[in-house]
Design a protein around this ligand. Structure first.
Ligand SMILES: [Cu+2]
Length: 177
């Protein structure tokens, strides 16, 4: 299932979303890949009525919507009230805020780094995440934040990458007026 190096390079230069959408959709040795984040990291002027959608190239395991969150401010900020659910037969996680977002405010989508897909393979955020404005979450970012230390719930299984010491990826966006 692993693409040859020349193929990977070709995908990177030909447009990530289109190329990957045409790729394999069957889970294999490689875990599901993050394909889309809406709003993307760095986006400004986002509607206060926005929802958040996080899309993968094949379905995730059960209850993975527990490992994605929307913070007000940066990753250390409070959680926005609302409901995460799955769609696309488990390949997309969708957040409906309980109320419209605040105007002219930063929000940060936090996607867990330890999620697994339906076959139990580790989800990959790194192939496409950075190109959509994603930033890896370090231990320093987590332990410095209110209520998010080792007992705070966003550093355990599902949030922590199994090997590299990161805690998922964030995508910050800014609402408009
Ligand atoms: Cu978080």
């Amino acid at each position: 299932m692993r693409a040859a190096p020349y193929l990977t390079t070709a995908l990177l230069v030909t447009g990530l979303t289109a190329a990957c959408a045409d790729g394999p959709t069957v889970a294999g040795a490689d875990g599901a890949r993050l394909l889309g984040v809406e709003p993307q990291g760095g986006q400004v002027g986002v509607s206060i009525a926005t929802t958040v959608t996080v899309t993968f190239d094949h379905p995730l395991g059960p209850r993975m919507e527990e490992f994605v969150a929307l913070h007000e401010g940066d990753v250390s900020g409070p959680l926005v009230a609302g409901l995460w659910s799955t769609s696309e037969e488990g390949a997309a996680l969708v957040f409906e805020p309980a109320a419209p977002l605040k105007a002219n405010t930063q929000y940060t989508i936090h996607i867990g780094g330890g999620m697994t897909d339906r076959l139990g393979a580790h989800v990959d955020l790194g192939i496409h995440g950075p190109a959509m404005g994603g930033m890896w979450v370090t231990e320093t970012m987590m332990t410095g934040s209110l209520g998010m230390g080792p007992t705070g719930g966003m550093m355990g299984t599902g949030w922590a990458h199994p090997t590299d010491g990161t805690f998922g990826m964030t995508f910050s966006f800014w609402t408009g007026t």
